[in-house]
Design a protein around this ligand. Structure first.
Ligand code: S3P
Length: 174
């Protein structure tokens, strides 16, 4: 019988460690790993920051949604989603029906400390520093948690090991 919950979707705020965890879980399980941000960039031949600048955020969100629809059809795999992906009811329902959704939960302070130094060229963080960045993360995390908290598995993003998370996923599927 086909496994009902096939994919593993890693969700969480920017900087919560979804990509590193996804790669580690792929190593443990021998599954294929996809990073949605990378695929979107490759499909447009543009950095996400440029997609936001040139085409706008709604266009980017549509690309994310279409990619999710394509990935749903794929063989069981591990997917690091962009931080905004689950914050859309359609996306969230798609993920929940086709896989195990994991929320890599981190506190505002943890995210702030990491993102302050590792902001990269994330368009939503551009131009925000110090207390302004902290306040934005706090408000945005609060808004998004309504969605993030609907995950099947919620873990302490910065402290759980890939092995422990893998065990939780196996237990849920059993
Ligand atoms: C976004 C998160 C980013 C990227 C884009 C928007 C968001 O991905 O998709 O900049 O809305 O949270 P990461 O969560 O991998 O940083």
């Amino acid at each position: 019988m086909a496994e009902k919950k096939s994919h593993i979707y890693l969700t969480g705020f920017m900087g919560s460690g979804k990509t590193s965890m996804g790669k580690a879980l792929a190593d443990i399980s021998g599954s294929v790993f996809f990073d949605m941000d990378n695929i979107v960039e490759g499909s447009q031949n543009m950095k996400i920051a440029d997609i936001f600048k040139v085409k706008g955020e709604p266009y980017f969100r549509e690309l994310e949604h279409r990619l999710l629809v394509e990935l749903e059809k794929f063989e069981p795999c591990i997917i690091a989603t962009g931080g905004g992906v689950p914050c859309d009811e359609q996306n969230l329902q798609l993920m929940k029906r086709s896989g195990v959704v994991v929320y890599m939960k981190c506190t505002t302070d943890e995210l702030f400390q990491w993102l302050e130094i590792n902001k990269g060229d994330r368009p939503l963080l551009a131009g925000k520093e110090g207390v302004e960045l902290l306040a934005w993360i706090e408000a945005e995390l609060q808004r998004r948690e309504v969605y993030y908290e609907q995950a099947d598995i919620i873990v302490d993003g910065y402290h759980i090991s890939p092995e422990d998370l893998w065990e939780k996923i196996i237990a849920l599927r059993a």
